[in-house]
Design a protein around this ligand. Structure first.
Ligand SMILES: [Fe+2]
Length: 421
């Protein structure tokens, strides 16, 4: 299938709303992006430390098993499509566990930890009757495998032989960011899932939009966790597909902020008061001293530090008008009990009922509702400037959103003629 976009501007500062609603565009995204030459985040190595450990995950809307092979099978990490070769049922239905082999419940077809089909009940029939044809090729029927890459304990997978090596795909920028978060062994603290009734790209944009942070999120602006008056900005890789929003707490004053937001309708810095301020306590724990760092990796991953809350988020498209955000919270293996408790308190900021993340879900849902069946109109993405896409050492920008769209367009084969990259 081919489709065309009549771009109003060649710098991706006008995105047609129908791209968040078209079923055909969604189907092509699954093919050209999620099954195309991209690396998708799968899970963390720390979640499958032992031989036989597995986790179920998603690449786009394709279900995937990530598993560490048993010792006899070599102990390597594998990923394969979580769909029985026989009739298409999910093979593994649990979120995680440990198993020497995986068995589909429907007709008990059996798979090795690397995904290879190794057993079919009644394959040779019974008393000389029935069974599978003699020439049935078990290896050829096995579920599709993904190539897996391990970057400092963060596992990525791709379906495509055309994907660049992961180091090139993430670039120095991306691998540096992963190393920053995983500079020492981690400990998994828990999970959350947030179902948002909106297109997955609206969430990808939200992560690249530092401009909204202190306007939508009253908690951020009131308590100076993340606001436009602080030092910070956006940084991208050379291709502008990945981005990092970042901020440094205590680099502005309450008076700076009061003055800057004075004319902004609906923003009040003194409406809320916290009786317990533990949530706000922050002691820099990374060498760069950032209190907010949110590197996002095209197409489906985010690493996020908000004060002492650390996590990964995986974007799971669930059809054209729904996305699940799956979050894995972690701390470091050498954290004290007190530090772990502090990270868990900080986790109140994120997840489906988080003081901050809840609002992102709502913002996305009201876009999805208000733009349905809109064939002509576009949005406006000009905050931070038009034209070239570049890093900026301030927070009043949404330029990385244009970076996302320029790479999306390249993969989808619909770049604006002479468009910026
Ligand atoms: Fe947000």
């Amino acid at each position: 299938m081919t489709f065309e976009i009549r771009w109003e501007r060649d710098d991706y500062s006008r995105i047609p709303f129908h791209l968040y609603h078209d079923e055909e565009v969604y189907a092509l995204e699954m093919e050209r992006i999620f099954r195309g030459p991209c690396w998708s985040y799968l899970c963390l190595e720390a979640e499958i430390p032992n031989p036989g450990d597995y986790r179920t995950t998603w690449v786009g809307d394709t279900p995937v098993v990530v598993s560490r092979a048993t010792a006899e099978a070599g102990g390597a990490i594998h990923a394969f499509v979580n769909r029985c070769a026989h009739r298409g049922a999910q093979i593994v239905r649990k979120t995680h566990g440990n198993a020497a082999e995986h068995v589909c419940i429907y007709h008990r077809w059996c798979y090795r930890t690397d995904g290879e089909l190794i057993g079919i009940p009644f394959r040779r029939g019974l008393k000389g009757e029935g069974g599978m044809p003699k020439d049935f090729d078990m290896a050829a029927a096995s579920p599709q495998r993904l190539k897996v890459a391990n970057v400092s304990g963060m596992l990525f997978g791709t379906f495509s032989d055309d994907a660049e090596p992961i180091e090139d795909y993430l670039g120095e920028f991306g691998t540096g960011m992963v190393r920053r978060f995983f500079h020492k062994p981690i400990r998994i603290l828990g999970y959350s899932r947030q179902l948002i009734r909106g297109n997955w790209k609206l969430y990808a944009e939200n992560l690249r939009d530092t401009y909204h942070a202190s306007l939508l999120h009253e908690f951020f602006v009131t308590y100076g966790v993340d606001r436009a008056t602080q030092k910070g900005g956006v940084k991208m890789d050379a291709r502008h597909r990945h981005n990092m929003n970042h901020a440094y707490t205590a680099t502005d004053t309450q008076a700076d902020a009061q003055a800057a937001y004075a004319g902004t309708a609906g923003v009040k810095l003194d409406r809320m008061r916290l009786t317990d301020t533990k949530l706000l306590q922050h002691t820099p724990e990374f060498a760069d001293r950032m209190n907010l760092a949110a590197p996002t990796f095209f197409p489906n991953a985010l690493l996020i530090q908000i004060n002492h809350s650390l996590g990964t988020r995986q974007i799971r498209p669930k059809g054209v008008d729904a996305v699940e955000v799956f979050q894995t919270l972690f701390g470091f293996a050498d954290d004290t009990e007190e530090q772990t408790r502090h990270r868990l308190i900080s986790a109140n900021l994120v997840g489906p009922a988080g003081f901050v993340s809840m609002e992102d879900g709502e913002a996305i849902e009201i876009i999805q509702k208000a733009t349905r069946n809109e064939r002509q109109a576009t949005n406006i993405i000009e905050m931070g400037g038009r034209g070239a896409i570049s890093d900026l050492a301030h927070r009043v920008t949404e330029t990385p959103v244009r970076g996302f769209w320029s790479y999306w367009s390249e993969l989808m084969g619909v770049e604006a003629p002479g468009g910026v990259r």
